[in-house]
Design a protein around this ligand. Sequence first.
Ligand SMILES: Nc1ncnc2c1ncn2[C@@H]1O[C@H](COP(=O)(O)OP(=O)(O)OP(=O)(O)O)[C@@H](O)[C@H]1O
Length: 266
Amino acid sequence: MDDLKKEPTYIKTFSSDELALSTKNLSVLYGGTIQKLFNVSLGFKKNAITALIGASGSGKSTFLRSLNRMNDKVATVKGNIIFHGLDVNKPNINVYELRKNIGMVFQKPNPFPKSIRENITYALKADGQKDKQKLDQIVEESLRAAALWDEVKDKLDKSALALSGGQQQRLCIARAIALKPEILLLDEPASALDPVSTAKLEDTLKQLRSRYTMVMVTHNMQQASRISEYTAFFHLGHVLEYDVTSNVFTNPKGRITEKYIQGSFG
Ligand SMILES: Nc1ncnc2c1ncn2[C@@H]1O[C@H](COP(=O)(O)OP(=O)(O)OP(=O)(O)O)[C@@H](O)[C@H]1O
């Protein structure tokens, strides 16, 4: 901890016009007292991919899950999460509506045990969309956007569970996109995938970047440097460095960041 106090921190900031989402002094406590995230203030640029990196247990997922209130039932989240000028960390926020705007893709692909088509239409139908033509159109658009359409267009009514892991993960992206979110949170989306599926997933994310703001936890530093424009380095629940990705990887400002990038711990 003493090391941490001496460590220089550098946090890149954006103008409010450039921001899709930001946090102010976000802190997370588990069990009411065990603090695992400390006053994190970060802003995410619109239509860019931001990578969250750091050693295991540094708080990346804790932070990410807080952004769309996935931590509500497991932790106390203090501070502000600003989305469209509104603090969405307030109790009166409709969390269901929030998650339509800030979607999430998890580490392990988790399609519903339903058909490929139903995976996409399930939430839309629950939301009141009954028009079959409109639903078909969204199924196609979402699968195309997730670069999966060509692989599944002839088997839309077959079980999603019969797809490969990589295809399932792209289906989960399509499912999130179908709700037309502005932001996609991705928690190590490629960690369960083989290198070929990982490359396809990365291509998909690169294609989506012009339309969505993405925040992605990754352990894979090559992946962060391949596809993200900005990178935040987490250490023991603090963000020590947040900058353009190439700066973080080639010219880190802090000693701890440098050691992590060099692979000395993590
Ligand atoms: N539901 C929970 N209850 C109690 N402690 C938790 C919970 N979830 C996470 N933690 C603790 O919070 C700390 C940060 O965990 P978190 O999963 O956010 O780290 P991470 O950087 O994402 O790690 P990894 O890269 O291994 O996924 C860890 O000490 C972890 O044990």
